[in-house]
Design a binder for this molecule. Sequence first.
Ligand code: FES
Length: 161
Amino acid sequence: MTDRFNPAVQILKDYGYDSAKLIPILQKIQDAYHYLPEDVMRFIANELKISPAKVYGVATFFAHFATTPKGKHIIKVCNGTACHVKGSSAIISAVKEKLKLKDGQETTADALFTLECVSCLGACGLAPVMVIDDTVHGQMTADKAAALIDEVVKAEASHGN
Ligand code: FES
């Protein structure tokens, strides 16, 4: 039971239980747990002697923080203007189909992938753009997107052996 909070305790120690460091603390918590679980946020609030509302407020204010579980691999498809004009909708549809995501579902049932549709990734010259785990792929097509997903799945399968 308490094991679950061990990473959080270590992170709090590293930051000297300083509530002024809440943002970097949450960053490390997200790295450790892959998102910000509600019970861990409550634990952090209690340990830092600040209100849970303050912790939730920070967690939900920054788009960068995730309060729901994410997949191991994050796929971002840009749907900003430049990418949209060059056909990002077809890529989003292809990725959803490939990952068997239902409407409103972002993370695959096996928690291997999360799909995020984002606005401008700042690489409009490469439109349409897709990012997998921080690697930018430009001039994307539905077929290329599906092939990249296959590569990740294959790499995962070979790690498992
Ligand atoms: S609109 Fe897609 S990278 Fe700018």
